[in-house]
Design a protein. Sequence first.
Lengths: 227, 242
Amino acid sequence: MGEVDTHIPDGLMDPIVVGAGWALALPIIALAVYRLKKNLNERAVPFMAILAAGIFVAQMLNFPVAAGTTGHLIGATLAVALLGLYGGIVVMTTILVIQCLVFGDGGLTALGLNLLNMAVVAPLVAYGVLRITRKGLDNWNGIGVPLAAWTSVLTAALFCGVQLALSYSLSGGSYGIEALLSIPTMGIYHAMIGVGEAIITTGVVLFLSRVAPETMEFGMRAKEAKA
Amino acid sequence: MELNADRYARDSWLSAFDPRVKLLCFLSLAVVIAFLTGTDVLLLALAFVLSMAAVSRVPLRHLGRGYAMAFPFILVASLTMLFTSGSGNALAMGLRISSSALLLLVLVSSTPFMDVLWALRWFKLPSVLSDMIMFTYRFIFVILDESGRMRLARASRGFKGGRSLFDREAFKVLSNTIGMMFLRSYRRADRVYLALLSRGYDGKVRTLSGFHVRARDAGMGLTFVIIGALALTQQMGWYVWW
């Protein structure tokens, strides 16, 4: 897949899978928006937007994976580490909507699935891992952040692989990609991409907490990042 | 990803249409195309999308560049299909992704960003999200400027980008770059916010201009409905047109 951006395009997935993606993603995003709105100070939106724009640009920086292929950041873990779960979901949603409606990256109907994988599943997994490692380990950002980054990327990719496989079997071969091909390919490729995501996310979080600890309080829920 | 995606939008003939109608039309057609599996109906859809592209007056080179970015993916998906479920399905897959990708490209390159945002607000997108989209879009270019300068500085000191995941130095440089990018942008966001405040920003957005649904918007809607209905009824076998 190399340099190509791998957001799900229109027409690849079975319509049932596409519909299920919207049905699963929208309520959770709505909840995140609602919860965020409740304790939002007016400064928060511009600061969250800076992070969203930063992740958007960081996604364009390719890092080397192996044998000439490159990967790029998803950024869900970074967003969650700086803003907490709801902020992370809203930031990732913003990025995906802009990529779709302004840059034509990722399909219109497939936006539901892209939102599910990268704006719901990835932040949820990242948040879960960060929470668990925070309880168990003192040195949270040395182990928790890379683990969260790697797991969130791999889980999101496996979700995509399963969606491809489901599309294939539901439609009897008109949509998607067969499970035996899609799931291992997505899994192995993103297990490597995830290492890059883990290294960069950890690097950025360490850099920010060393150079400018106040940026870890980008708006709200600084506790998520520090604890 | 072409960064100034709406560069040609103001010159496009389609930009004069009501963005609400346009978004709805294109979205509905994308939904219809997602259901198509027959080569004949997909060719009809592709022909219609191509004629929309011609009508939009967006330079073909611009659309072609966007399509070329998506093409390797389309090729991989179709080739996999060819080996697992036959040439008919593979061709349909290629046509389906191509026509919907081109449809979206025509939409985004013929609609100025602010019009998209205006339509999203009208469709009652929560204000947190529409404000986030507006600010983020603006900040993307601020950050790109910043990162462009940093890339130049990096390159002039001999940074090449590294060869594999084991290249520690490359990753250190990249993480620090991203971290520094956030830091500089964060400081700048502070100033942007103060500038907004001093111009009376209170979290609400007011615009002077708006759109009204005119006859030509209704015409566009009708055209999309006819094409969509034609393709869908034929695909589902509700009525066989040809």
